[in-house]
Ligand binder design. Structure first.
Ligand code: T46
Length: 135
C-alpha cells in the first residue's frame, strides 16, 4: 500500500517450476537510470541505520531476503513500512529522513541509486534536516 511518504512499486516476478526471478528495469519498476547499487547485510541485532536525508538522491530499496522496517519523515509527517518481499520496492526521493530498524538477522537490503556516492548530498542531523525542509 502506497501513501504520500511510502511509495511502493511492484517488482515483476518470473516464476516457474524452478523458482523465482525478479527484475528491476528502467521504465518498469525503476523511474531512473541506476548509477550505483549497494546492499546492506550482516546487520547486528538491535542495530538501526540511516538517520539521514538526501538533498537530491533518488533510490529504490528492495529487501531481497528477510525483513526491515523503514521509517520516513518529511519534516511534518512520519510513516513506517515493513519491507519483506523481493517483489516490492520502496522508492525514497530527496528531502525524506529515513531510518531502518528491526533488521531480521538474515536481512539483505538492496538499494539502487540514481547517482554516485556523495557525502555532500547527505543531511545527517535531524534538526538541520527540519530547517532544510521547512525553509
Ligand atoms: C541510504 C540508506 C538506505 C560509501 O562509501 N559508498 C556508498 O555508496 C554508501 C551507500 C556508503 N558508503 C560508506 C559511507 C559510510 O562510511 O559506507 C559507510 C556506511 O554508510 P552509511 O552510514 O551512510 O549507511 P546507512 O545504512 O546509514 O545508509 C545507507 C546509505 O548511505 C543511504 O544513502 O539512503 O542506506
Amino acid at each position: 500500500m502506497s501513501s504520500p511518504l511510502v511509495q511502493l512499486v511492484p517488482i515483476p516476478e518470473h516464476g516457474d517450476a524452478r523458482g523465482q526471478l525478479s527484475v528491476v528495469e528502467v521504465g518498469v519498476a525503476l523511474p531512473f537510470i541506476v548509477r550505483r547499487a549497494y546492499w546492506i547485510y550482516g546487520t547486528q541485532p538491535g542495530v538501526s541505520r540511516g538517520f539521514h536525508a538526501h538533498k537530491k538522491l533518488r533510490q529504490l530499496c528492495v529487501c531481497v531476503v528477510g525483513s526491515v522496517k523503514v521509517r520516513l519523515f518529511d519534516g511534518q509527517r512520519e510513516e513506517s513500512v515493513v519491507l519483506d518481499s523481493p517483489a516490492s520496492g520502496l522508492l525514497i526521493g530527496p528531502g525524506l529522513w529515513r531510518e531502518m530498524h528491526d533488521f531480521s538477522p538474515n536481512c539483505v537490503l538492496m538499494v539502487f541509486a540514481d547517482a554516485e556516492y556523495d557525502e555532500a548530498d547527505y543531511i545527517r542531523d535531524r534538526e538541520n534536516f527540519i530547517s532544510y525542509v521547512t525553509k
